[in-house]
Design a protein around this ligand. Structure first.
Ligand code: F6P
Length: 356
């Protein structure tokens, strides 16, 4: 039977100072984690907190922000992150790890809670290997982090994309147009898969499965034949089978990721040219990442934050808190960052039933 013990904290632990940072692309729910970490840490363990600004730039440059109960009041439903974020890759900066260690020692920071995706947590893992006390919290609207069933931010993004597709259905039908909706998802098509399934897309294109443009055109034509306007949902990282279409490539960020965008427009042009039907593209872009988190994401983010502090308390460093089933568990940071969680073929096949 579960027991409900009253928490006490000893003096030595009360001196514990914990740094918190948010790195990578922002996502709805980050503030909910920060709030949960701070509230739990102060209430149950008497910890002190320091906010590091803009991801790894904070500990690298000693850029901080006060983080106490008053700083986290009212932030649960707010999108973005009160700490700021960046894609600073400190592993690419000479002496970066030593600077972080020196700044942490100077500020009296004993442990770090790093909230981020594959890049931020990849750095967290390397820092832990070099002796820094780190706990990771998974975030990304892309839902592509391994060892966790869902990341917070994903549910909100899917809801935003679904609502957008629902709206596009009615205008596409009125004008007998094909509409191509480009959603985020660099390496994994989770947002495309879920929003496309939820909103009844004509076809869903994801990075994991290079698409056959001839087949896409057939789906579009069959939808027009039934007097129904086709909606094509495409993840920004999706690409055609080799040699089928020419695509432009963009610049790279500090983690070597190409800045994507453009597949939706290229696809709309190709469809229009091949079918003779007017085709337009809509890029949902950062709308999917901004604004207030869904209830699901607020609860998930809060549970992850509460459990991250429990992991700090138990000195379970080098781990990431994760959702598995309905439980929050701890997994090694390496398990979370070694490979990406991509859409398995059988999940795509379920969606394929409704194509065309
Ligand atoms: O990692 C989340 C994400 O939103 C991806 O889906 C997208 O490819 C990328 O970030 C965009 O990043 P930025 O806002 O830095 O261009």
């Amino acid at each position: 039977m579960a027991s409900y013990a009253v928490k006490t904290h000893n003096v030595e632990e009360s001196r514990m100072r914990v740094g918190v940072l948010t790195g990578g692309g922002d996502c709805p729910g980050l503030n909910a984690v920060i709030r949960a970490v701070v509230r739990r840490g102060i209430k149950d363990y008497g910890y002190e907190f320091i906010g590091f600004r803009d991801g790894w730039r904070g500990p690298l440059e000693g850029a901080t922000k006060p983080l106490d109960i008053s700083a986290v009041r009212g932030i649960l439903p707010r999108g973005g992150t009160i700490l700021g974020s960046s894609r600073t890759n400190l592993m690419k900066i000479e002496g970066g790890v030593e600077r972080v260690k020196d700044n942490m020692a100077g500020l009296g920071v004993d442990a770090l809670v790093a909230i981020g995706g594959e890049d931020t947590l990849g750095v967290a893992r390397q820092l832990h290997d070099s002796g820094v006390n780190v706990i990771g919290v998974p975030k990304t609207i892309d839902n592509d982090l391994n060892a966790t069933d869902y990341t917070f931010g994903f549910d909100t993004a899917v809801n935003i994309a679904t609502e957008a597709i629902d709206r596009l259905h009615t205008t596409a039908e009125s004008h007998h147009r094909a509409l191509v909706v480009e959603v985020m998802g660099r390496h994994a098509g989770w947002i495309a898969l879920h929003s496309g399934m939820a909103a009844g897309a004509n076809v869903i294109l994801i990075p994991e499965r290079p698409f056959d443009i001839d087949q896409v055109v057939k789906y579009v034509e069959s939808r027009f034949e039934t007097q129904y306007a086709p909606i094509i949902v495409v993840a920004e990282g999706a690409h055609p089978q080799e040699g089928q279409m020419e695509l432009a490539t963009g610049e790279k960020d500090a983690f070597g990721h190409v800045r994507l965008g453009g597949i939706g427009q290229a696809l709309a042009e190709e469809i229009e040219q091949r079918t003779g039907k007017e085709s337009r593209s809509v890029v949902l872009g950062h709308v999917q990442r901004g604004g207030t988190p869904s209830a699901f994401d607020r609860v998930l983010a809060t549970r992850l934050g509460v459990n991250a502090i429990e992991a700090v308390h138990e000195k379970s460093f080098g781990n990431m808190v994760a959702l598995q089933g309905t439980d929050i568990v701890r997994v090694d940071l390496s398990e979370a960052t070694d490979t990406l969680k991509t859409v398995p073929p059988e999940r795509y096949e379920e969606a394929e039933v409704f194509f065309g």
